[in-house]
Design a binder for this molecule. Sequence first.
Ligand SMILES: [Zn+2]
Ligand SMILES: [Zn+2]
Length: 465
Amino acid sequence: MLKFIIGFVLLFIPKLAQAQTFEKKVLIPKPKENASRYFYVPFEVPENTKSITVSYEYSKATGANVLDLGVFDSTEDEKKGFRGWSGGRRSTIFISENQATNGYVAGKIPAGTWRVILGLYKVKPEGVSARISIKFNEILNLPIETDNLIYSNNPKSEIQNPKWFKGDLHTHTFHSDGWWTAEGILSNAQQNGLDFVAVTDHNTFSHHAEIDRIAPKYKDLLVLRGEEITTYGGHVNVWGLPRDAWIDFRVTPKNTSQMENILTEAKRLNVPASINHPAAFCGGCDWSYGDDWDKFASVEIWNGEWDASDEIGLKKWDALLQRGKRINIIGSSDSHTPKNPIGLPTTHIGAKHLTQKDLFNAIYAGKVFITENAQMSVGLSAGKTGIGEILRAESNKKVNFKLNTKGFPTDAKVLIISDGTIIAENPGENFALSFAKNTYLRLEIRDANGKILALTNPIYIQSSK
Ligand SMILES: [Zn+2]
Ligand SMILES: [Zn+2]
């Protein structure tokens, strides 16, 4: 009788997709020093599959093991076959033709060999065993977030003179490990008086569709599609990506030639690449790819609330300036949650117009300063030469500088720094300095407790006899 019922059911619903489960247990050894930090688990996807659910489990060993999760489909070109990344945020993800978990992209489910990619963030010396479970055609109800609206970057009308635009270049949504919606980020950026904001989820592009859908509502806000390329040896932001463009993050810590590939890819896509939080304390967040910071468009010296790791990054940057390197800095909130508002700190960019192209050119040119919030501002110049520019000065002859500051507490200290030392403190609106050699001059403003309130890129001094 039972047999008959099953036969009956199968007979009468032959057109409905059958749920199938595939399970695999893997033992992942601790990766050797300088070896790849990614482990792949292939699985076969049958013809006519409509959806895939991937779950994984492993012994966390109170934090000694941390495995990240991503998926490639069967497309041979990995660039086209990358279906998303959720880091360590989710233990189950879902991809179908029309819907996908945040961090993943919906679309056709091609048959063939797909791969789960596990990122080996932390693995105990004896290795870690993981269980991957894959279900086909499971019926789930997820909110639909994709659409085909065309992105508008809303450039402002032409202005004759360069203007300082305020913004935030580093934020995270639910598409990676953030607790913001894209809408939340854009509306908070506008509320805080910003002109531009970049959404830079970790290792994925699944947020592009959502920000493209929302951005046109924020007419005065330039919204940049970004990716935080998150390796286990440092993080890089790219801004202004074409819709659905993805930069491969699989770089082994300390492997500078693999990191070069990221620069090449950024160049190909015509987007600036910027080193993030080079001295951050979280394991694998600090920069392990050498001192050639000047190969990047900029370095994020101020990440979120100013702290000891920013102070270390600042020292390192100044040491590189002393070696004659020209390295542009930016700052950003790296906000993951509404508890950390967008624009703390604020990056000010001196550009002709509020367009992606003009902002990027200004970043490459170092026409940037950073303040704790959008109400503060700084102006520093010598004649027509401003922040980021080269000042040609006769050796040992006085040069007149002009300084304006706005929005700082009265007991804040203004420090003028050159060649690693403070050469003037609270110099006033007009001051004069002379230089014996080629050097740089930059400004810091600190509060009564020494905490940074403002930081500028240098004016580079070219001294002549
Ligand atoms: Zn980061
Ligand atoms: Zn980040």
